[in-house]
Design a binder for this molecule. Structure first.
Ligand SMILES: [Zn+2]
Ligand SMILES: [Zn+2]
Length: 151
């Protein structure tokens, strides 16, 4: 996923907010920018911390509310890796979407994309005669850094 894709998402997200009757600017806009500047998912705390250091601080409650509203409009995907912290990322067009690796030792979440995996899911859906509209794939294990440290 390149940066252009994220920028397109950010501008689409602003349009969607306007159509939904939200005023532009404010905390929602800051949260959109914070999410669009990363290629993968961020927790509410991550967004809050990033805005604080960038001198555009907003309260934690505003971050939560903005994430909730953006999710409610279908602009975000919620990623649950099993550590009790919800993470959010821009919902992108099918061709640009990715999945996640999670390290159960250090908690690192890493995005990956695989065309053959997407094709396999497409073929499977046809074989099962199921109209699949979305899918989530999470691979749990130990990242290379954590495996190295154990040696
Ligand atoms: Zn991601
Ligand atoms: Zn790790």
């Amino acid at each position: 996923m390149d940066h252009g894709t994220q920028a397109v998402w950010a501008s689409d997200a602003r349009d969607a907010l306007r159509r939904a009757g939200f005023r532009s600017g404010g905390s929602r806009s800051l949260v959109i920018d914070a999410l669009a500047s990363h290629s993968c998912c961020r927790s509410a705390q991550d967004v809050h911390d990033e805005l604080r250091t960038s001198d555009r601080a907003i309260g934690m409650a505003s971050v939560y509310r903005a994430l909730e509203q953006l999710q409610g409009l279908g602009l975000l995907d919620r990623v649950e890796v099993g550590d009790g912290t919800a993470r959010f990322e821009p919902r992108l067009a099918h061709d640009d979407h990715h999945h996640h690796l999670v390290c159960t030792t250090c908690g690192e979440v890493t995005p990956f994309a695989d065309r053959r995996l997407e094709e396999a899911i497409h073929d499977l859906a046809e074989r099962l005669d199921h109209q699949v509209v979305s899918h989530d794939i999470l691979l749990r294990g130990t990242c290379s850094r954590c495996r190295q440290e154990k040696k």
